[in-house]
Design a protein around this ligand. Structure first.
Ligand code: ADP
Length: 343
């Protein structure tokens, strides 16, 4: 039987627990500083020590992973700490479609795929002079929305950009990759999906919302002091909160989840395999406007290590996303079709 390998961060505990529950052995690629943390839980069969996660692309580590007959389960830390070139060149089977990561990393390609999937998406502006409604400004590679800001019109946009240039918070180069997107008023929601090529179905396994500093702390400051004390709040995620949606909102989530699976299948072969997440905002007439997707397990699934109100509808046992991944890998291995779920 194969082993499941992942990086020691993000959703590793959930992935390891899921693998163990499915009877698979586990490998954790781990920085020494985190090893004792992961040793607290009896979930890792073999540790591979690295100084930096990017070393996972090195030949010796790839070889070790191959010797253990591993399937690498990617998560957010892999995507943020290893280059796309290195991921694409890896020898070890990668759970899911590694080629879709380029679409995920490029905001324009991502927007295109979301539209092809039939999603309602915020308007994007190529020319700041055309801004005709509130927008959110995103800089290249900004994680946790650091430096993102909201502008109410093009004048406001220019005023903020000039201020940031003046304070050297950004440089001219960052402006080349600036992404100007309509700001959607409402509440964010992050539905988690699993597309199973083996069972030929797309499942909804959970929904969360994020708990973000600074934005979720803004309400702790009196309104008349907010602008002065927190002029550019960040969206740094510190955790996740479970969400159960009105049942009438669910059919649309299946439409867009399956829409994304179809659009990916056509445009980014072999398509959307395994875990993914759609990220959007519900407005005040229940429209779900999508601003992002992630083509892999997201950390919001850590909430549901014992299953969610949605996973319960498919499985008569607690089913986390981590366990669902391991279950798919086990089924594919038993049927000798691992190549259908890995790249
Ligand atoms: P990152 O990928 O760095 O986490 P995101 O693009 O996911 O950044 O955005 C960070 C946060 O900003 C989201 O969680 C959401 O709260 C908010 N956000 C992003 N885009 C929009 C939008 N178009 N309208 C409203 N809020 C948005």
């Amino acid at each position: 039987m194969v082993s499941i390998a992942t990086l020691g961060s993000h959703s590793a505990l959930q992935i390891l627990k899921g693998a163990k529950d499915e009877g698979l052995s586990t490998i954790l690629i781990c920085q020494n500083s985190r090893k004792s943390f992961y040793e607290r839980f009896n979930l890792v069969d073999h540790f591979i020590s690295v100084n930096q996660f990017s070393e996972i692309g090195h030949q010796e580590i790839q070889q070790q992973l191959m010797e253990y007959d591993s399937v690498l389960v990617p998560h957010g830390t892999l995507i943020s700490s290893v280059s796309l070139d290195s991921i694409e060149q890896m020898e070890v089977p990668f759970f899911g479609n590694k080629y879709i990561l380029r679409w995920e990393a490029d905001r324009n390609l991502k927007h295109k795929l979301m539209k092809l999937a039939g999603m309602k998406v915020p308007r994007i502006y190529n020319n700041p002079e055309e801004i005709d409604r509130p927008v959110i400004i995103k800089f290249p590679g900004a994680e946790g929305g650091r430096g993102y800001f909201i502008a109410k019109d093009s004048k406001d946009y220019l005023k903020n950009i000039n201020k940031m240039l003046g304070q050297k918070l950004i440089n001219e180069k960052a402006l080349e990759g600036v992404f100007i997107q309509e700001y959607v008023f409402g509440v964010p929601a992050y539905p988690h999906y699993f597309h199973s090529p083996i069972l030929d179905r797309t499942e909804l396994l959970g929904v969360d919302r994020r708990y973000e500093s600074d934005v979720d702390g803004l309400g702790r400051i009196p309104a008349n002091q907010q602008l002065e004390l927190m002029p550019i709040p960040t969206y740094n995620v510190v955790g996740n909160i479970p969400l159960v949606l009105r049942e009438s909102l669910l059919p649309y989530l299946f439409d867009i989840g399956e829409g994304l699976v179809k659009a990916a299948h056509k445009n980014v072969p072999p398509g959307m395999l395994g875990a993914f997440c759609i990220e959007g905002v519900y407005d005040n007439i229940n429209r779900f406007i999508v601003f992002e997707f992630s083509a892999r397990i997201v950390a919001g699934t850590n909430l549901f290590i014992n299953g969610s109100p949605y996973s319960q509808l498919y499985f008569n046992e607690p089913m986390s996303m981590g366990k669902r991944i391991a279950y798919e890998i086990r089924l594919a291995t038993e049927q000798n079709v691992l190549d259908q779920i890995t790249t």
